[in-house]
Design a protein around this ligand. Structure first.
Ligand SMILES: N[C@@H](CCC(=O)N[C@@H](CS)C(=O)NCC(=O)O)C(=O)O
Length: 259
């Protein structure tokens, strides 16, 4: 039996869910309470992050480790590119998307949904995010070239890796230019069963939880996790005071250390 610890709005969890759907795997979903994990989730995911996968009692955390595990255990249909070059391309794209791209989307949520910054500061930070996202879209467009898929010859992990981040940037008003190869790729992706399910789950979670997440975050009940690249973006975009205030007020926290 497969159990996925999932939060529908998490891009890391979305990647894993897409891969499981693409592979036709049956799985149960459990939504943990982030920030107040029960023992089962804390044991499966020692950093208290989603996604985590439990396969017949064996727990795996870290989205890219889970993706490799799924591929090793259920190789068909193959999602990881076969050639060393193409597999390296996937990991390079993931190294950028999971870190720098994710952090800018995160900051957009912090500003546009959580209202961490207002007025001129918000405008400056949003402009910086827009500029950086335009750069990342250019980099991704070059990686895609004139191919249908990021893995070149067929759909796979590279596409799964880019999708949640580009979909989130599009939600924030920073999508690909209409008609561009990147926009056409996104349309091809949106036609797949796996992305439809992930987006439907995210939409359902967004309508019911955005206000709740904001209230819980800003009351300090469930502080938001500012780690590595998320923190770096806030600092380089001029939001250092937001971070200091959030830490002092207990609405911002860092990662959980496994113990
Ligand atoms: N590097 C991890 C990142 C996972 C991650 O950051 N997940 C976030 C949700 S987007 C989380 O669960 N954070 C814990 C929290 O917010 O309390 C992965 O690739 O799985």
């Amino acid at each position: 039996m497969l159990l996925l610890y999932d939060v529908a709005l998490s891009p890391f969890a979305q990647k894993v869910k897409m891969a499981m759907i693409e592979k036709g795997l049956a799985f149960d979903v459990r939504v943990p309470t982030l920030g107040a994990p029960d023992d089962a989730f804390a044991t499966a995911s020692p950093r208290h992050e989603v996604p985590a996968l439990i396969d017949d009692g064996f727990a795996v955390f870290e989205s890219n480790v889970i993706l490799d595990y799924l591929e090793d255990k259920w190789p068909e249909p193959a999602l990881r590119p076969a050639s060393p070059e193409a597999a390296a391309r996937w990991r390079m794209i993931a190294a950028v998307c999971d870190t720098q791209f994710e952090a800018i989307n995160w900051a957009l949520t912090e500003i546009r949904v959580m209202h961490r910054a207002e007025g001129e500061l918000a405008e400056r930070m949003l402009a910086r995010a827009g500029e950086e996202l335009a750069g990342l879209r250019g980099w991704l467009a070059r990686a895609l070239g004139d191919h249908d898929w990021f893995g070149r010859d067929r759909f796979g992990m590279c596409d799964i890796t880019v999708f949640p981040y580009l979909a989130s940037a599009t939600f924030h008003g920073h999508g690909a230019e209409p008609g561009s190869p990147l926009a056409l790729w996104l349309a091809r992706m949106r036609a797949r069963e796996s992305t439809r399910r992930v987006l439907a789950d995210a939409k359902a979670a967004l309508t019911t939880t955005a206000a709740e997440i904001r209230a819980k975050a800003l009351s300090g009940e469930r502080p938001r996790q500012y780690r590595d690249h998320r923190l770096e973006f806030m600092l380089r975009a001029g939001g250092g005071a937001i971070v200091e205030r959030g830490l002092a007020e207990g609405t911002i926290r860092f990662s959980t250390l496994p113990r």
